[in-house]
Design a protein around this ligand. Sequence first.
Ligand SMILES: Nc1ncnc2c1ncn2[C@@H]1O[C@H](COP(=O)(O)OP(=O)(O)OP(=O)(O)O)[C@@H](O)[C@H]1O
Length: 303
Amino acid sequence: MTGVHVTDLVKDYTIRNGLKRTRLRAVDHVSLDLTPGRTVALVGESGSGKSTIAKILTRMESPTSGAVEVVRDDGTHVEKAAYRREVQMVFQDPFASLNPFHSIEHHIARPLRIHNRTAAGEETRQRVLEMLERVNLTPAESIAPRRPHELSGGQRQRVAIARALAPGAKVLIADEPVSMLDVSIRLGVLNLLGRLQREDELAVLYITHDLATARHFSDEITVLYRGRVVERGPADAVILDPHHEYTKLLAAAAPDPERPGRVTADAPVDRDAIDSTACYDHFAGEWREAGVPGADAKPVART
Ligand SMILES: Nc1ncnc2c1ncn2[C@@H]1O[C@H](COP(=O)(O)OP(=O)(O)OP(=O)(O)O)[C@@H](O)[C@H]1O
C-alpha cells in the first residue's frame, strides 16, 4: 500500500504584465498526508490553490520548494516510473479529458500496455472489459468499441476513472470529479469512487467546492484559503464545529437540503474579515500558525 507525504509545499507563479513581472504565491507552505484507504477532501474557493496542489502531486507541475514523497508500507520511496503508475488523476471535465478520435477500449488498453500490466492482444482486451465492468459500464462489450461522444458525461467520467485505475493506481487525485456532471448522477459517480477506494485501499485526495459531499465522502477535510491551510481535521468536526472564520463562511454557505438552489464554496466572501495566518488543527485541538509545516507549526493563542 502506498501513501503520500506533502511537506511544506510552495508554488510561485510569475505573472507577466507587459514588461512588469510579479510573483503570485499559489500554494503557501502546505503540508498534508494521504494514507491508504482514506479520503482527504481539499476544499476552498476558486483560486485557493487546490488544482495547483493536484498538479504538483501528479507531477504536471514542479513545486517551487517543499517535498512530495510517495511511500510504501515498508518505508521505501516510490520513484519515477512507479510514481507515474501509482499516482493517478481524475480530471474535472470528462468531455475534454478523453480523446474524441479513440475508442473507449483504446483509452483503457493504453495505460495497461504502457505500464506493462498486460502482455498483449486478448489478455489486454479481457482486462479492458473487466475494468469497464468494475466501473459499472455494462455491457462492457458494447461500451468498449464506442467513441467518447457516444457516451453520457457520467459514463465518460466512469471511463476516466477506469483509465486512472488501469495502471494499478494506489493514489487517486480527484479534482472536482463531479462538478461538471448533471446533479442527478453526481452521487452515483461519488459512490463508485468510494467503493473502488475501499476495494483497492486507495489513498484519495478529493478536491471540491462542495462541503456537503466533502463531509459525506471524506474522512478528513483540509480547508485552503489563499494557498494556505486554515483548518484541518476529521470531516464531521470541520463541518459541524468550524473554528476558522473562513470555514464558518463555507459551512454557512453549504447547500441545505431543505432549501432549493445550490450554494457552494464560491459564495461571496468578505475577505477583509478573514485571517489567513492562523490554522485551526482539530487533530491537535489548537490554533497553529498557517503556512508552516505541521510538525513545526507553533501553537498560537486565539479566542
Ligand atoms: N500556470 C499558471 N500561471 C500563473 N498563475 C497560475 C497558473 N495556474 C494557476 N495560477 C494561479 O494560481 C492560483 C491558484 O490557482 P488554482 O487553479 O490552483 O486554484 P483552484 O483553487 O484550483 O481554483 P478552481 O477551483 O477555480 O480550479 C490562482 O490565482 C491562479 O490564477
